[in-house]
Design a binder for this molecule. Structure first.
Ligand code: PEP
Length: 239
């Protein structure tokens, strides 16, 4: 498993359902990585074998994994299959999967268990709706998601949490820097086991706000959706 403490910060590109072969070739020609930072590119599964990685700081990531390990489950991809493809990270519980594919905390937890068993770091996504935020329920929602999604085997070395307010994903809206800092601190203090866990921020991260967000003391990096599709923008974000 990757040693996360080697990195000053972690940046994950979530391409979602985007990309093609030409896009990938051009992306890696322009991608500019820096040795202290961990860079992970999460592509659709069909492209995982085309992604480029190095053992030090550039890794391949998946966007989802099966709850099952093998058997008659058409269309699924197991954690072991991902590990054979040299995948080191995998998103789980992204809000788009929770919303469009009815993914629940119990299956997210099972996916994280399978990934950890296969030495892949699950990036467990949590976040509140706008309604929950307006009703001051952010911490209640996060506490429930984290306690129900993180397996007993999860620790700061084998698991990452991504705080992604649902209302901030793809909208151009973000919480204030104070709110991000407060939520990240809350997550890290939920359980002594999580004190050192890496918590990434995601939700409308752009080249114009990434430096400030990443400088917050409890932010360990960013999960970037839309802006990661423009390699020039992503280069600025990770620079
Ligand atoms: C995401 O897909 O996880 C995400 C944060 O998207 P965006 O950066 O586009 O808001």
């Amino acid at each position: 498993m990757i040693n996360l403490s080697n990195f000053s910060s972690i940046f994950i590109a979530n391409w979602k359902l985007n990309g093609n072969i030409e896009f990938i070739d051009q992306y890696y020609q322009k991608l500019s990585i820096n040795s202290e930072k961990c860079i992970v590119i999460c592509s659709p599964n069909i492209f995982l074998s085309r992604l480029i990685s190095n053992p030090n700081n550039l890794f391949k990531g998946a966007q989802d994994v099966s709850t099952y390990n093998q058997g008659a489950f058409t269309g699924e991809v197991s954690a072991h299959m991902l590990s054979e493809e040299n995948i080191k990270f995998c998103l789980v519980g992204h809000s788009e999967r929770r919303q469009h594919f009815n993914e629940e905390n119990s299956s997210i937890k099972q996916k994280a268990i399978n990934l950890i068993e296969n030495k892949i770091i699950p990036v467990i996504c949590v976040g509140e709706t706008l309604e929950a935020k307006e009703n001051k329920l952010t911490k209640t929602v996060l506490k429930k998601q984290i306690s129900n999604c993180l397996p007993e085997t999860a620790n700061f070395q084998n698991t990452i949490i991504a705080y992604e307010p649902i209302w901030a994903i793809g909208t151009g809206l973000t919480p204030t820097f104070e709110e991000i800092e407060e939520v990240h601190s809350y997550i890290k203090n939920l359980n002594p086991k999580f004190n050192q866990i890496k918590v990434l921020y995601g939700g409308s991260v752009k080249s114009s706000n990434s430096a400030k967000i990443n400088s917050l003391s409890n932010v360990d990096g960013c999960l970037v959706g839309g802006a990661s599709l423009e390699v020039d923008d992503f280069n600025l974000i990770i620079s």
